[in-house]
Design a protein around this ligand. Structure first.
Ligand code: ME8
Length: 660
């Protein structure tokens, strides 16, 4: 049955900074948003799902400078290059309908119009900015907002900042925003409301500095050159410019924003302040409707601290998806961490979740059921059968799970919704143990009962697969394919429990869905990968600059270069620099050379080596010893440190051979 559209639904992720490669924290939020988008599509909503990148600001400008490229080249590289942002979302099977980059032309010109509109209204005015600025967060703070003199969001150092700037009259909207937060369910979880009201609104909402003159990588204020628009005004507006607000690129604004009651922003808890105070105030100023919901999800923590690009303690989603499979990773993220709270990420938790839920519970249920269908009915479950009271209990549980699942998904409680689905899967596994199909298969008169048992199992799996499909789209399709379920039987409307009515089941075994993972082996392999990733970067090598000064051929030929063999080598007492060599130079008389290379070599390692010496330099006294010549070596600089290698030649070259 084709779903009638239930209406429009617009959902967004934050637009991420392409200041570095994205990590598992970004993947977490994007997978959650994708899960919600797929769930709403399944229910029959006309969904628009937006994600993108927030490409302006001083941080990106600085990073580009460091890398020796233009800011545009820098962000293009992070977003477009292989294994960049776009590739990551493709790999993770993210079903976004649109991808916005704030450097897109249509967005840039829309921002200029938005800024002008607020200025013309008198909500943006010119003043002088004095205060503190946190560069990594791109946030301005007043002295009173700092925590122990540091940025209250990330705890890092802030800088003094003073300049002529434009301000947005945030204070004007304080009352309306407080009302919105306290008296509606605009912001969830509710715990975040108190935080916003107590920390930001009650102390007095100050006007916000919304332009900068100290750097150029941003949207220029077109009526006042030299000023660029504050990156958060630029970034927050993405949610409407991507629908065509103040631009001709798209024309979905009326449909998905203006007349749409279902607009949902998923954001991490650290940017709730921007989305629940500044963003609604901007929309109030623009006289545009507010979104329905801002949901501030928790952080994935690593060793108790937030993973973040700027701290460098991040987990690479590429590696995990490639090793464990995209659906398994998506499932783990949605199953293991209650959406509104923080959670500790670990490889152990990832592997044990896959083994317990996916390999043991779900994978086993599917493979046992399909294998028994093949064995007892050659994969064809026909009409007929015989019910028992136990079937009613299974059916009642399935119906309860479906109702709970919907309630939890509508409250963004993905982990609880999935726990419900696994209640059904466990119950179905238990039903196998209770009905013992292998015993029923032994007697012809039990065949009708066996048929009903298998149909009930297929039905439970079908329902579980529908409910899992927003989180694990590929695995769910594979399961429904194994059961031979038609399109209609995969739809949201087909989630009534109807084992008997389901025409005829035709099952076909498939590849194992989720192979069990050997915890110890896998942890060791991951450890190795991460050690390799943390290995020092390639050394920065420098060589001596070349000289333009020429040496004539005859002068060069005067240098008498000879192969010499080290007979003795020892440290010179009271010197940390000098090694004293006794060399066989082929003349029959030993040659002594002193060389300042003690910090590079142990004397014993050089004995017996064949080296190159220039032997016709005038003799020199060093530490009251005579040196007759100089050993040749190669010199370069590695990571700023001078390195030296003696020139060693083949031991087959006889002592005294002349080098030309
Ligand atoms: O803040 N755990 O971009 P951003 C969970 N450009 N989620 C995490 C996470 C973690 N450890 N780390 C990051 C910005 N995230 C702005 C947004 S929106 C108009 C502008 C997720 O690259 C989480 O959703 O720092 C967080 O809010 C977002 O990535 C921040 O990404």
């Amino acid at each position: 049955m084709c779903n009638q559209s239930k209406g429009n639904y617009y959902i967004t992720t934050p637009i991420y900074y392409p200041s570095d490669k994205l990590h598992i924290g970004h993947t977490y939020c994007t997978v959650a948003t994708d899960t919600m988008a797929r769930y709403k599509r399944l229910q029959g909503y006309n969904v628009k799902f937006l994600t993108g990148t927030d490409e302006h600001g001083q941080k990106i400008e600085d990073k580009a400078k460091e890398a020796g490229v233009t800011p545009q080249q820098f962000v293009d590289n992070i977003v477009l290059s292989p294994r960049g942002v776009l590739d990551l979302w493709k790999l993770m099977n993210i079903s976004n309908d649109r991808f916005i980059r704030t450097t897109d032309d249509y967005h840039v010109s829309a921002i200029q119009k938005i800024f002008k509109k607020m200025y013309d209204k008198g909500d943006i005015y010119k003043g002088t900015y004095k205060g503190k600025y946190c560069k990594p967060c791109e946030s301005f703070w007043t002295e009173s907002q700092l925590v122990e003199g540091k940025c209250p969001d990330c705890g890092r150092e802030v800088q003094d900042a003073e300049e002529e700037a434009y301000f947005f009259r945030l204070s004007k909207y304080a009352g309306r925003i407080q009302d919105l937060l306290e008296n509606t369910d605009f912001l969830e979880p509710r715990s975040r409301v108190n935080e916003m009201v107590n920390n930001f609104i009650k102390p007095g909402l100050e006007d916000l500095c919304v332009s900068r003159t100290s750097f150029t990588w941003g949207v220029p204020v077109d009526f006042d050159p030299g000023h660029v628009v504050y990156v958060w005004i630029d970034a927050l507006s993405n949610y409407i410019t991507a629908l065509g607000y103040e631009n001709d690129k798209y024309d979905d604004y009326d449909q998905f924003w203006k007349s749409n009651p279902n607009v949902v922003h998923f954001v991490g808890k650290e940017i709730v302040r921007f989305h629940s105070i500044i963003w609604p105030a901007m929309l109030m100023s623009l006289e545009e409707p507010l979104p329905r919901k801002v949901y501030g999800h928790g952080w994935l923590l690593l060793d108790g601290g937030k993973m973040s690009k700027s701290k460098g303690n991040v987990v690479d989603p590429y590696i995990l998806a490639e090793r464990f499979g995209v659906d398994a990773l998506r499932f783990f993220l949605m199953r293991s961490f209650p959406f509104g709270s923080d959670g500790n990420f670990s490889n152990e938790l990832l592997i044990s979740t896959i083994n317990t839920d996916l390999a043991n519970s779900l994978g086993n249920l599917v493979s046992r059921t399909v294998a028994m269908n093949q064995k007892y009915f050659a994969g064809q479950l026909g009409q007929g059968g015989q019910s028992a009271p136990l079937d009613e209990e299974l059916k009642a549980l399935a119906q309860e799970v479906m109702a709970n699942y919907e309630k939890q998904m509508d409250n963004y409680q993905f982990s609880v919704a999935l726990a419900e689905v696994f209640r059904l899967i466990s119950r179905a596994n238990k039903y196998i143990d209770e009905t013992t199909p292998w015993v029923l298969a032994k007697r012809e008169e039990d065949k009708p009962r066996l048929l009903t048992v298998m149909k009930n199992l297929c039905e439970c799996i079908r329902l579980a697969a529908i409910l899992l499909s927003p989180v694990m789209p590929q695995a769910s399709t594979a399961i429904l394919d194994q059961l031979g379920v038609n399109e209609q039987g995969r739809s949201w409307n087909a989630r009534c429990y109807c084992a008997d009515e389901q025409a005829l089941w035709t099952t076909t075994p498939g590849a194992p869905l989720f192979p069990r993972i050997d915890m110890d082996k896998e942890l060791a392999a991951l450890e190795e990968i991460s050690a390799a990733a943390q290995a020092p970067a390639k050394p920065v090598l420098e060589i001596e600059p070349y000289t333009d000064e020429q040496v004539d051929f005859d002068t060069f030929c005067k240098s008498d270069l000879r192969a010499v063999k080290v007979k003795e080598c020892k440290k010179v007492k009271k010197s940390d620099k000098l090694l004293q060599f006794i060399l066989d130079d082929g003349s029959g008389t030993d040659r002594q050379i002193l060389s300042g290379i003690a910090k590079y070599y142990q004397p014993e390692e050089l004995i017996g080596k064949t080296l190159v010496a220039i032997v016709n330099l005038p003799p020199r006294k060093m530490m009251s010893r005579e040196s007759r010549g100089m050993l040749l070596s190669a010199i370069h600089t590695e990571n700023g440190e001078e390195k030296l290698n003696l020139i060693m030649i083949s031991d087959e070259i006889p002592a005294g051979s002349k080098l030309m």
